[in-house]
Design a protein. Structure first.
Length: 137
């Protein structure tokens, strides 16, 4: 269940922010060295610092674009972004591969099915978080 939740989490990250049509999959996109990022971009993308050089250029560009939008996000959106980027950074290469495959499968679903799955995942996450928190006394 935890693996499924992690896969869905990453899928939502990609679907809701990092994967944008403006930066389509293009394996010829050159990589951007970590040192060429601005201090703010390095701070925002910090959880990915160790893996940065291994990311394809198109993924780096998506992440840089997300980092540039970060200052304009609402506090809850910033919190969500930070949580998701930390979760992604903590995943193994196999978990990331599985998440990408899941994302590709979900992209092929009709929008109403995507919405249904997103809503179900959010309910399950809220239920899980509710059980994980101690009840107030």
């Amino acid at each position: 269940m935890a693996k499924l939740a992690a896969l869905i989490l990453v899928t939502l990250v990609l679907a809701l922010g990092i994967a944008t049509a403006a930066h389509a999959y293009d394996p010829s996109t050159p990589q951007t060295p970590w040192t060429r990022l601005s201090p703010d971009e390095r701070r925002i993308l910090g959880p990915l610092a160790q893996d940065w050089a291994r990311l394809p250029g198109f993924q780096q560009e998506r992440l840089i674009a997300s980092a540039r939008r970060y200052p304009s996000l609402q506090p809850i959106q910033k919190e969500r972004f930070n949580e998701r980027i930390r979760d992604w950074a903590a995943m193994t290469p196999e978990q990331r591969r599985a998440a990408r495959e899941t994302f590709q499968g979900l992209r092929r679903l009709p929008p109403e099915k995507q919405h249904e799955l997103r809503e179900r995942w959010l309910r399950e996450r809220q239920d899980h978080e509710g059980r994980a928190r101690p009840s107030p006394r």
